[in-house]
Design a protein around this ligand. Sequence first.
Ligand SMILES: *Cc1c(COP(=O)(O)O)cnc(C)c1O
Length: 377
Amino acid sequence: MEKKRIYLSCPTMHGEEQKFIKEAFDTNWVAPLGPNVNAFEKEMAAYTGAAHASALSAGTAAIHLALRILGVGEGDVVFAPSLTFSATCNPIVYEKATPVFIDSEPDTWNMSPEALKRAFEKYPDPKAVVVVHLYGTPAKLSEIMEICREHNVPLVEDAAESLSSTYKGKHTGTFGKIGIYSFNGNKIITTSGGGMLVSDDEEITKQATFLATQARDPARYYQHSQIGYNYRMSNITAGIGRGQLLHLEEHKALKKKIYQQYKEAFADIPELSMNPLNPEGDANCWLSCALIKEGCSVTPDMVMDALAAENIESRPIWKPMHLQPVFEKYDFITADGTNNSIAADIFNRGLCLPSDIKNTEDDMKLIISTVRRCFNK
Ligand SMILES: *Cc1c(COP(=O)(O)O)cnc(C)c1O
């Protein structure tokens, strides 16, 4: 008999989603606008503490619009972390700007403030800085914001993985001039696909909604003075989001429990540690990751193979952008100016463990014993 599949992270639905969808059908609001879209924006703003929100078709679309609104264009430099998902950086290239990749620091795995300082020495005038809260762990925001302030450069927060994570008591996504969230299928809450752009500046979210609906000028006929996009969230999708949002805190608590369970279960394996959390934050633990000690004969591939043999899904750490064929021509900045990349080191020694909140105690036991066996425990 085929072994039960244990997932990395997949949608968890609760039923309320269908109530909002049904309402949309019953009132024939099956369109990229409608009461669910407006309500989901208000509810996300209220939840995160952002003043304003614009519901979009994807997190990637939200990053793209954030850059457009900040005026990023051909010839501009944009700083972004190397250790992230490519969706953080693709929109920089959509706008023909030049990404410069910043190395990670080892304490949270996110953009290194030291490397960021060095990047400003080499490129004093970037158009924007994009920071990511990887796997849900807040970056060193105080340090990064201070550097951005000094140079008067706007910060965009890619909080696609960190919805519900807080830093110094405030939601990630609400620190930068613009923040973005994703509701893709494997994120902490999902709408099957979708995103949100948030800002304390209403002009920015208005501009996002305008650009996302083909940039129609306020005229009776269809008149356009700018290039627009079809990036708006539909009223059906927003209905799923409203139902999911009711369970976000519960999802976070379960994700954090999974992380704690792994941490305790591997405490006696000196070769294995969990991804570090920022002590100044409260991470949503979207994905729990493990890091194997340098020089250990066990590799992440060996652990992933052992898990796969039990039909358990795991995943490598994001491959750093500066190592990607499509991005390798761009500059990469480390904290000490050498080629010793912390991002590459984390990629080489780390892996993502199953973090699906529907995994049972028995599933967790099997995952844990399989990993432990790799280290002869
Ligand atoms: C998922 C993700 C995105 C993209 O969001 P989509 O909604 O899938 O477009 C962007 N950045 C990071 C870090 C992500 O993990």
